[in-house]
Design a protein around this ligand. Structure first.
Ligand SMILES: [Fe+2]
Ligand SMILES: [Fe+2]
Length: 132
């Protein structure tokens, strides 16, 4: 997974953070492919979740500060994904689930879809707000 043109939203801060999330996902995929230990996979998964939360928080602060008209839907999407990730992490910790390729595909698809649609709208809205 790469932060190519299709995933650029045109806001420097958001693009930079998306690149970090993608790096986490790629690292996780590498560990899954290499059958790494549960401990290591769990650590990277935790890192991904923490970073996702921080990133969502940053976007939400931008939405509040600049009174983005669609913030309710955007925050709902973040909340739903955070819940899913939290559930996944706790199941993984308790040995109730594995990080499968289907799951990795779900994470990637969610991120691509969210960035291309909802985040891009936010970036467009922020364009004339002199952020970067
Ligand atoms: Fe984002
Ligand atoms: Fe977002």
């Amino acid at each position: 997974m790469k932060l190519d043109k299709q995933l650029h939203v045109g806001n420097r801060l958001m693009d930079r953070e998306h690149a970090i999330l993608i790096e986490y996902i790629n690292t996780l995929q590498g560990l899954v492919d290499g059958n790494s230990s549960r401990q290591l996979v769990g650590k990277v998964l935790e890192g991904l979740i923490q970073h996702t939360k921080t990133h969502f928080y940053v976007e939400e602060e931008l939405m509040y500060s600049f009174r983005h008209p669609d913030y309710v839907n955007h925050i709902k999407a973040h909340e739903k994904f955070k819940q899913t990730m939290q559930q996944l992490s706790s199941q993984y910790k308790h040995g109730e689930t594995n990080i499968t390729n289907e799951l990795m595909d779900f994470l990637k698809d969610w991120l691509i879809n969210h960035i291309q649609k909802i985040d891009r709208q936010l970036a467009e809205f922020l364009k004339d707000k002199k952020l970067d």
